[in-house]
Design a protein around this ligand. Structure first.
Ligand code: TA6
Length: 310
C-alpha cells in the first residue's frame, strides 16, 4: 500500500472557458470537481495504477466531508484528522482555451492546532506500518511549523517506510533534514535549495552531490516539458519528456510522483521508475483533470522515453 499525506486537502474545481479576459465577467459551464491537494492527487493516481492507497492529512467542515465522500467513491482509502478551525479550501483552476493557459486560485485552508497535529502523527505512524511508501506532498497550512515534514517523515521511516517529499520553501529545506528517500522539487522550487533561480542544468550537479552527501538517496528535479534530471546512488539520469499536446499541466507533478511511488513500491529499478513517472506526468497533461491519468496513455508514452545517463 502507498500512504499519502495532504496537510491542506482541497476541493479542486477546474473551469474550461473559451476565453478568460481579466477584469471582465466570464460565464462558465459546469466545473470538473475532484478531491485535491497534492497528496490526494497522488493517492488517486496510485489507485488508477491499481495499487491500494491510503490518504491522510487534515480536512475540515462540510468541504472535508465532501472530500472524503469523493475519495470513497474513487475507492481511495482515507483516514483524515478533522480540524475544528474551518472548512477545507477550494482550489480553482481556470483554463483559457484561446491561450491554452491555466490560472490557479488557491485558498489558504483552515488552521490546524497542536493537538490536531499530534493526532495526525499517530495516524502517520499507524499508516506507515501498513505501507511500503509514504508520500508527503503540498503546502503547509497555518498553525503548523515548517518542521512538520521532518517530524512526519522521521515517524514514517521509523516504521520502515520508504519516504517521498514533494513540497517547497521552508518545508522542503527542513524536510530534507529527516533524509527522505526521495525529494522532487520542480524547476521553481529547486531555486530555494540553489539559493538562486535555476538557469542551467549543470547548476544542479553540485546540489545533487550535496543532497546525496546529506543522506537523500534520490533527488529528482522535474523540468516540465523538458522532463526531469535525477541523481541516485552516484548516477545522474536525464529523462526527456515525450512530446504531447498539453491541455492542462496542473497536477502533472502529482501524477509524476504517484507513478514513482507505485514503481518504487513494486521494487522497480530507478531507471524504470523515472520513465514511468515522466510518462505519467505527460499523460496527465493530456486531460483537463488535474492529477489524473489514463493508464493506457502512460503505457504508450513510456515507450517513447529513453533515459540518458550523464
Ligand atoms: O498540483 C496541483 C494541485 O495539487 C491542485 O490540485 C491544488 O489542490 C493545489 O495543487 C494544491 O497545492 P498545495 O501545494 O497548496 O497543496
Amino acid at each position: 500500500m502507498i500512504m499519502t499525506v495532504t496537510l491542506n486537502a482541497a476541493i479542486d474545481k477546474t473551469y474550461i472557458v473559451p476565453k478568460f479576459p481579466i477584469g471582465e465577467a466570464t460565464r462558465a459551464g459546469r466545473p470538473l470537481v475532484h478531491p485535491g491537494g497534492k497528496g490526494i492527487n497522488v493517492a488517486r493516481v496510485v489507485r488508477q495504477f491499481g495499487m491500494p492507497s491510503l490518504a491522510t492529512g487534515f480536512v475540515g467542515g462540510k468541504n472535508g466531508e465532501a472530500i472524503t465522500d469523493m475519495l470513497s467513491g474513487l475507492d481511495v482509502g482515507h483516514d483524515f484528522v478533522r480540524v475544528a478551525g474551518g472548512e477545507s479550501r477550494l482550489c480553482l483552476t481556470i483554463i483559457d482555451e484561446a491561450s491554452g493557459r491555466a490560472t490557479e486560485l488557491l485558498e489558504p485552508g483552515p488552521p490546524v492546532t497542536a493537538r490536531e497535529l499530534s493526532e495526525l502523527k499517530r495516524k502517520v505512524e499507524l499508516g506507515a506500518r501498513r505501507s511500503k511508501v509514504a508520500v508527503f506532498s503540498g503546502s503547509i497550512p497555518e498553525g503548523i511549523p515548517s518542521s512538520v515534514y521532518r517530524e512526519l517523515i522521521a515517524a514514517a521511516q521509523a516504521a520502515g517506510c520508504l519516504t517521498i517529499l514533494d513540497t517547497s520553501g521552508d518545508g522542503l529545506v527542513q524536510g530534507i533534514a529527516a533524509k527522505p528517500f526521495l525529494i522532487k522539487p520542480n524547476e521553481h522550487e529547486v531555486a530555494r535549495l540553489l539559493g538562486k533561480p535555476l538557469e542551467r542544468e549543470e547548476e544542479l550537479y553540485p546540489l545533487f552531490g550535496r543532497l546525496l552527501a546529506q543522506g537523500i538517496a534520490c533527488a529528482v528535479v522535474s523540468l516540465g516539458a523538458q522532463g526531469c534530471i535525477a541523481a541516485h546512488n552516484g548516477t545522474l539520469y536525464k529523462v526527456p519528456a515525450p512530446r504531447i499536446r498539453a491541455v492542462n499541466t496542473v497536477g502533472c507533478g502529482d501524477s509524476f510522483v504517484g507513478a514513482l511511488a507505485v514503481q518504487l513500491a513494486s521494487g522497480a529499478s530507478m531507471e524504470r521508475a523515472l520513465i514511468q513517472a515522466a510518462a505519467a506526468g505527460a499523460a496527465d497533461a493530456l486531460t483537463f483533470e488535474a492529477g489524473f491519468v489514463r493508464v493506457e496513455d502512460v503505457k504508450r508514452l513510456a515507450q517513447e522515453i529513453s533515459v540518458m545517463r550523464l
